[in-house]
Design a binder for this molecule. Structure first.
Ligand code: AMP
Length: 584
């Protein structure tokens, strides 16, 4: 007998970013948006921004922007950039945030791949576009975002397109834009991956995915931003939509504080946080390493800050302990551009003792409500157990996880049964806590065994004289690869820390055969465009391991026991990966 399907009787309300716009207009008018500009602090409110967002949408329409057209931004974290975050998707176009730290050839590739039509650029970033003159024909109009008076270059053609002034453009439009009815499946925004392996790939977020991701970010056991907070997103607005924080802030009614082009400067961050009574910060570990050093040196503290979200790379234990000592509680989160980006958050369950608490806060946490996760064997594709030992590639699925890239690149990123392959290798314990072991391309294989570059880096960064360390595997005639550490000494210990000292320090912390062959001291670890250690730069310029380097360690230890071991099954798995994953 056929069973009749009974449909729910709830409304088909489209999940779109227009809802967030509605909330800032109707509920959060008085909430401030503060920006550090060259000439000083600029203050506005959501209430003052809404008419400007309407005007901006009118201007876009006048410029010929149609639903689905890509509108690019090359801009710092500012209130004007936030206006674009609302106006572009809410009028049906697609906000494409360009990473201002990319090389010109990457920018050229990305703009052409996305076929951006209009480009909004902060005046101070105009020089970045010089090499692109004549190379990005899809751009028909450029809009200069100046700081106050009409941008000096407005009205001129810079070899790309006619340049218009942002404020002049807005002034000519109406405060009431007839927002169109949008489908939740429409594209709202796009971001490109950072392109560490090959060309960057376009990730396209829908209104629906952004809406649900925003709700996910706001859950108490997720990032848990509230109306009572004041948010300073140090993470750039071009990095995975600023981790979804601008929309989360709009939805909740959170005050927002932007550091403009001063985001990389710890002193400016601290000053803004003090003056604006910031409670919530977000950024990658390197930002917090700089901030902690500045706080120690200046003696300043930020007692109002209740949460420092940290993602993008694993948090070194030394950093979390330092920040705890400064009264700043870090909240570890994992994700990627393709996961909108929030994947998991390290909240600690009730009743954990302090040691357990620190251990769990250092993991990548548990997958957020709304997303499912699994780890799989790369060869058989079989799902691996959550036993805290077996490790495999993280795969995820859910309403804010990519199912493909713009223009169809890399279709293999999705498994046959519809899970997204992240390329991150992790183990998961019985309670669901994820521990990332490495990126598949960074794992070091040595004598048929594997070494986690991430764990070794963390162990080195716990050395009291070292501030940063990146570990790469370099070719070795006997062992295939051996780890080499690139370390940066704290300024007060520059020239005073030796390789022997570091290796001695590691001896009771990692397995003997994990001990690095060499520790090379450098002034700074090269960083990617989003502030992560750029190991491909280190690999490209690395001199070979010197003959006889630390071989005494290996001679006694090819299979010796140590504090860090992998299961036999996981070892062979990783070796297969290492051999099959190209390094660039
Ligand atoms: P992106 O798309 O630039 O945000 O880079 C995403 C990648 O950054 C992930 O696939 C991870 O390899 C890495 N990543 C992000 N968050 C973390 C974290 N908390 N711990 C370790 N790696 C992370």
């Amino acid at each position: 007998m056929e069973v009749a399907v009974v449909e729910g009787l709830m409304q088909d309300y489209e999940l779109s970013l227009q809802h967030v716009l509605w909330r800032i207009e109707r509920l959060h008018q008085k909430k401030e948006v503060v920006t550090k500009r060259d000439e000083g602090i600029h203050r506005t409110t959501y209430g003052e921004m809404v008419p400007r967002i309407n005007r901006l949408a009118g201007a876009l329409k006048r410029l010929g922007v149609k639903p689905g057209d890509r509108v690019a931004t090359l801009a710092w974290n500012t209130s004007r950039h936030l206006e674009l975050y609302y106006a572009v998707p809410c009028m049906g176009a697609v906000l494409h945030t360009l990473n201002l730290r990319l090389f010109p050839q990457h920018l050229e590739f990305i703009v052409n791949d996305a076929e951006d039509k209009v480009l909004f650029v902060d005046q101070s970033l105009l020089p970045l576009l010089k090499p692109l003159a004549g190379k990005i024909p899809s751009i028909k109009t450029m809009v200069l975002i100046g700081d106050g008076a009409p941008a000096a270059m407005a009205g001129k053609d810079n070899g790309i397109a006619d340049m218009l002034d942002y404020e002049t453009l807005l002034a000519a439009e109406s405060e009431n834009y007839p927002w169109p009815k949008l489908s939740e499946r429409m594209a709202a925004a796009m971001c490109y991956t950072s392109g560490t392996t090959g060309n960057p790939k376009g990730v396209v977020y829908s209104h629906r995915s952004q809406f649900i991701h925003t709700m996910g970010v706001l859950q108490g056991d997720s990032l848990g931003l509230t109306e009572k907070d004041a948010l300073l997103p140090v993470v750039p607005m071009f990095h995975a939509n600023s981790w979804g924080l601008p929309y989360a802030a709009g939805m909740a009614g959170t005050k927002v504080v932007f550091a403009g082009r001063f985001s990389a400067d710890a002193k400016s961050i601290v000053e803004m946080a003090e003056q604006e009574e910031v409670t919530f910060l977000a950024g990658v570990p390197t930002v917090w390493i700089g901030l902690a050093a500045y706080l120690k040196e200046s003696g300043k503290r930020l007692p109002k800050v209740r949460t420092v979200v940290c993602g993008g790379s694993a948090i070194p234990r030394s950093l979390m302990e330092t920040m705890d000592g400064l009264g700043l509680r870090m909240l570890h989160a994992w994700g990627m551009t393709e996961t909108s980006p929030l994947g998991s958050v390290a909240r600690v369950p009730a009743g954990s003792d302090p040691d357990e608490e620190l251990r769990l806060r250092l993991t990548q946490g548990r997958v957020g409500a709304g997303v499912e996760i699994r780890i799989t064997d790369p060869v058989s594709g079989e799902e691996l157990p959550w036993d805290g030992t077996a490790f495999g590639e993280i795969q995820v699925r859910g309403p804010w996880i990519a199912r493909g890239y713009h223009n169809g690149y890399d279709p293999g990123k999705l498994t046959e049964d519809g899970w997204f392959r992240t390329g991150d290798v992790a183990k998961i314990d019985a309670d669901g806590y994820i521990q990332i072991v490495d990126r598949t391309k960074d794992v070091i294989k040595s004598g048929g065994e594997w070494i986690s570059s991430v764990e070794l880096e963390n162990a080195v960064m716990a050395h009291p004289k070292i501030v940063e360390a990146a570990v790469i595997g370099l070719p070795h005639p006997k062992w295939d690869e051996r780890p080499v550490v690139y370390a940066v000494a704290k300024p007060e210990f520059k020239g005073q820390v030796t390789q022997e000292e570091v290796i001695e320090f590691l001896k009771d912390k990692v397995a003997k055969w994990w001990l690095p062959d060499e520790v090379r001291f450098i002034d700074e670890v090269p960083k990617t465009s989003v502030g992560k250690f750029d190991k491909k730069v280190l690999r490209a310029s690395a001199v070979p391991i010197s003959e006889g380097a630390t071989q005494a360690v290996l001679a006694t230890s090819s299979t010796s026991s140590g504090t860090t071991r992998s299961s036999p099954r996981s070892r062979s798995t990783l070796v297969t990966w290492c051999t099959s994953t190209p390094r660039r």
